[in-house]
Design a protein around this ligand. Structure first.
Ligand SMILES: Cc1ncc(COP(=O)(O)O)c(C=O)c1O
Length: 376
C-alpha cells in the first residue's frame, strides 16, 4: 500500500509517538498528575512543546482539545459578540466556514468572503477595505489543504492588529510543515491539529491564544479544580478545557512535536517539496491540469490535479483498487476554493506527501497515471 493522504491524517507515525501513547494508556490513571514518558505532567509537557514550536511564551494560553475543528469552534463562539461582522476567505476549510455560515444563517453575523487564490495570496488592501466599525473577527487559513499555498502571515496580521481585530489563523496544514512564529502577536489566535504534520494521533490539537484576545467558555463541565463554583473557574487554560483530557493522545502529540523539532521543520518540508517537484514534473507535460502551487512554495507537500474526460472520483477509484495507492478526491472539505479554481463540484485528485514517502512511490503513481492517460 502506498499512502499519499497525509493532508488528511499523516501515516505512518514515528515510532516514539506510538510508544508514548502506549506507555500512557498502560500507566495508572492519576488525573492531571499522570506522568508521561519524560516524567513530566502530560498536559504541561505538551503545552511546553507547543510554545517552543510556535515561539510563544505563555503555556497557560495554549488550550488543548480534540483538534482544529474544536479549536476553531472555541474561538468563533468564544470571541464573537452577539452581533458583528466577520471577514474570511475562499481558502477556508469547512472547519471555519460552517461555524461562520451557521452564525450568518442565524442572523448573528454578517460575513464577507475574500478571494484567496491569486499568486500573491490574500490581498491586504482588499482586506483593509472590507473592515467595518463592527468587524470583530478575521478568519484565515494559513495553508490551503487544496493548493498548498501558504499565506504570508506578517502583512495580514499587521492589518488585523492595526484595527485591534483578532486574527483566527487555521494552521492545521502549516504546523510542522513551515516555521510559524506566534511571538509578539497579541491579536493572533492559532488553531492547530495534531494528526497531520505534527505526527500526533487523531483527536488532538489546540488553540494558542494571543494575550489581547479573550475567549469566553463555550463548553461547560468539570475541570477537577474549584468544583464548588457554579460557573467555569476563571483560570487559564482550565476554563476552556472541561472534561477529561485525551491523555494518551496528548502524550502522542508531544512525542510527534518532539520528532518534528528533532528532524527540523525545514528538513522535513524539503523532503516533501522534492516529492512535489518529482510528481509535478510529470503531471503538466502529461496533460493533467495542476491546481496546486509550485514545489518551491509548497512545504506542505500538496499536489491537486484533474484530467479532462475523467472524474476525480474515478481516478481515485482506479488508483486505490488497481494500484493500492491511497489518496483523496473531491472537494476536500473546502468548497469555495474550487469555485475560484474552476474545479467545482467535482474537485481535484489530491496527493499529499509526508517525509516518509519515497521517490519510488512517486514513480509507481506516475506509472499508474500513465496507464490512466492511455485509457481515454
Ligand atoms: C485546513 C484545515 N483546517 C481544519 C481541519 C480540521 O482539523 P481536525 O481534523 O483537527 O478537526 C483540517 C483537516 O482536514 C484542515 O485541512
Amino acid at each position: 500500500m502506498i499512502y499519499f493522504n497525509n493532508a488528511a491524517t499523516s501515516y505512518p507515525k514515528p515510532p516514539p509517538v506510538t510508544a508514548a501513547v502506549l506507555q500512557n494508556i498502560e500507566g495508572v490513571p492519576v488525573s492531571i498528575y499522570r506522568e508521561n514518558v519524560t516524567g513530566m505532567n502530560v498536559l504541561d509537557g505538551c503545552r511546553g512543546a507547543v510554545t517552543d514550536l510556535f515561539h510563544f511564551k505563555d503555556p497557560e494560553r495554549v488550550v488543548l482539545c480534540s483538534g482544529a475543528t474544536e479549536a476553531i469552534n472555541m474561538a468563533v463562539f468564544g470571541i464573537l459578540p452577539e452581533r458583528g461582522h466577520v471577514i474570511t476567505t475562499t481558502n477556508e476549510h469547512n472547519a471555519i466556514l460552517r461555524p461562520l455560515f451557521h452564525l450568518e444563517d442565524r442572523g448573528a453575523i454578517t460575513l464577507d468572503v475574500l478571494p484567496a487564490t491569486s499568486p500573491g495570496g490574500i490581498s491586504c488592501p482588499d482586506l483593509e477595505q472590507k473592515i467595518r466599525d463592527d468587524t470583530c473577527l478575521i478568519a484565515v487559513n494559513h495553508a490551503s489543504n487544496v493548493t498548498g499555498q501558504v499565506q504570508s502571515l506578517d502583512p495580514i496580521y499587521e492589518v488585523c492588529a492595526s484595527h485591534e481585530i483578532p486574527l483566527l489563523l487555521d494552521v492545521s496544514q502549516s504546523a510542522g510543515s513551515t516555521g510559524i512564529d506566534l511571538s509578539g502577536r497579541p491579536y493572533l489566535v492559532a488553531a492547530f491539529t495534531g494528526h497531520k504534520s505534527l505526527f500526533g494521533p487523531p483527536g488532538t490539537g489546540g488553540l494558542v491564544v494571543g494575550e489581547s484576545v479573550r475567549i469566553i467558555p463555550w463548553k461547560f463541565g468539570g475541570t477537577g479544580i474549584r468544583s464548588e463554583l457554579r460557573s467555569m473557574p476563571d483560570l487559564r487554560p482550565s476554563s476552556l478545557e472541561p472534561g477529561t483530557p485525551n491523555y494518551p493522545g496528548i502524550a502522542g502529540l508531544c512525542a510527534g512535536i518532539a520528532f518534528v523539532v528533532e528532524q527540523g521543520v525545514e528538513n522535513l518540508s524539503k523532503i516533501r517539496m522534492e516529492l512535489v517537484r518529482h510528481l509535478a514534473g510529470y503531471l503538466g507535460p502529461a496533460g493533467y491540469s495542476v491546481h496546486s502551487v509550485d514545489a518551491d512554495e509548497n512545504p506542505c507537500g500538496i499536489v491537486s490535479f484533474c484530467r479532462k474526460g475523467w472524474s476525480c472520483e474515478d481516478i481515485g477509484y482506479v488508483l486505490n483498487h488497481s494500484y493500492d495507492i491511497r489518496l483523496r478526491t473531491g472537494l476536500h472539505c473546502a468548497p469555495l476554493i474550487h469555485k475560484d479554481l474552476g474545479t467545482y463540484p467535482d474537485g481535484t485528485v489530491r496527493v499529499s506527501f509526508s517525509p516518509f514517502n519515497t521517490h519510488e512511490e512517486v514513480d509507481t503513481l506516475i506509472e499508474a497515471l500513465e496507464t490512466i492517460r492511455g485509457c481515454k
